[in-house]
Design a protein around this ligand. Structure first.
Ligand SMILES: NC(=O)c1ccc[n+]([C@@H]2O[C@H](COP(=O)([O-])OP(=O)(O)OC[C@H]3O[C@@H](n4cnc5c(N)ncnc54)[C@H](OP(=O)(O)O)[C@@H]3O)[C@@H](O)[C@H]2O)c1
Length: 346
């Protein structure tokens, strides 16, 4: 079978480079085109960890050329810039996997409120939400996949089964989440440079983070309930990783055994989501560089709370790994192809 030909739009960004890293080890895909607004140089000049592994140079973005050279385009651009690239690629009949927020929401109104104007609203209904553990069939059948935000993956995965099984209440949920600095991308800002980050820990965009409406909308779609969730993001002085701790009110009948059974029913057959043994807790160091997600659960009977924990690598399962997993589904490949390497530890 011929290999799937991939293009990466925005290859100089962290997520674009991570898609490239994963595809270099993929048995059924090859990368034929990398784009940047500053074309010309070999990608290995920007990313020296790829020395000798990829000879491609950066090309300017030209949708005709991308469509000619590739079957699938991964788009790793900031929101707004992403929709300007996705639309012409989609119009040319390509399969497109967008890593930005531009096609994750179904509601144009919610998009406008949090991100500003949407220039391709008709495409919102065409996009599958790229979380295969929950939307596998939609992803398989879609020509446009929007991979989730890294925080939303870490909150939706543990919560969805419990909400569906009626073990926790859809209101009053608190998601307390911590991310490594690569979550902010490669661009330099004062808030994310070494001397401002190292040795400290801080919250940001409190009650105003764009991933909150994404979590609520997707969880509402999955469960049919009006999900209300308060989300606080924190910046941790480490390169990669997200640890989310989610607190939810237990509904009558819930206990630890039922909570664990719900997670195990949902993810027991999943290749990338692992429910850890009772009493052990996820650690970002144990999923680093991999597409694996670790889940843990606790039950506080006196306070009537369920506590859920989730660790993942923001650049892999939180972005590029999810994108490759979706590509595998869209092209009928083994969903695990190129993604089974064990995490990097220590
Ligand atoms: N970082 C994460 O953990 C993560 C996780 C999930 C989703 N995402 C999403 O994935 C997308 C890419 O994130 P990233 O972390 O890879 O960002 P990044 O490291 O900042 O890279 C984005 C790339 O897009 C290009 N670019 C920037 N501004 C542009 C513009 N106005 N028009 C066209 N191209 C532009 C740049 O390439 P050139 O300068 O070479 O053109 C840049 O290298 C974002 O939408 C982000 O929200 C990121």
């Amino acid at each position: 079978m011929a290999k799937v030909r991939a293009a990466i739009v925005g290859a100089t960004g962290y997520t674009g480079a991570e898609v490239l890293r994963l595809l270099l080890g993929h048995p059924g895909a090859e990368v034929g085109l990398l784009t940047s607004r500053e074309p010309g140089a070999p990608i290995a000049e920007t990313y020296r960890h790829l020395a000798g592994l990829c000879e491609l140079r950066l090309d300017p973005f030209d949708p005709d050329r991308v469509a000619e050279r590739a079957d699938v385009a991964f788009v790793g651009l900031p929101h707004h810039a992403a929709m300007e690239a996705v639309s012409p690629l989609y119009e040319r009949g390509m399969r497109v996997i967008d890593l930005s927020a531009d096609f994750r929401l179904r509601s144009v109104e919610t998009y406008r409120r949090w991100y500003g104007e949407h220039f391709a609203p008709a495409l919102l209904a065409q996009a599958a939400y790229g979380l295969p553990e929950i939307f596998r069939e939609e992803v398989r059948q879609s020509r446009l996949v929007a991979t989730p935000g890294c925080y939303p993956t870490s909150v939706i995965l543990p919560l969805a089964p419990l909400l569906r099984d009626g073990l926790v209440a859809p209101g009053g949920i608190v998601a307390d989440c911590k991310s490594g600095v690569s979550g902010a991308g490669r661009g330099l800002t004062q808030d994310t440079h070494y001397t401002e980050v190292e040795g400290g820990l801080r919250a940001y965009k409190v009650t105003a983070h764009r991933h909150q409406p994404e979590m609520e909308e997707v969880l509402a779609r999955v469960t049919g309930a009006d999900v209300r969730l308060l989300f606080t993001a924190h910046l941790v002085p480490m390169k990669r990783g997200i640890l989310s701790t989610v607190y939810a009110d237990a509904l009558p009948g819930a206990d630890l055994a039922r909570v664990r059974a719900s997670l195990e029913r949902a993810y027991g057959g999943e290749p990338f989501v692992k429910v850890l043994p009772a009493g052990t807790w996820p650690d970002t160091a144990h999923v680093c560089g991999s597409n694996y997600v670790h889940l843990g659960a606790a039950f506080d009977a006196e306070r009537g709370k369920v506590v859920l924990l989730c660790a993942l690598d923001n650049l892999v399962k939180g972005a590029a790994g999810a994108a490759v997993q979706c590509m595998n589904l869209v092209f009928g490949l083994d969903e695990r192809a190129g993604l089974c390497a064990a995490p990097l530890f220590p």
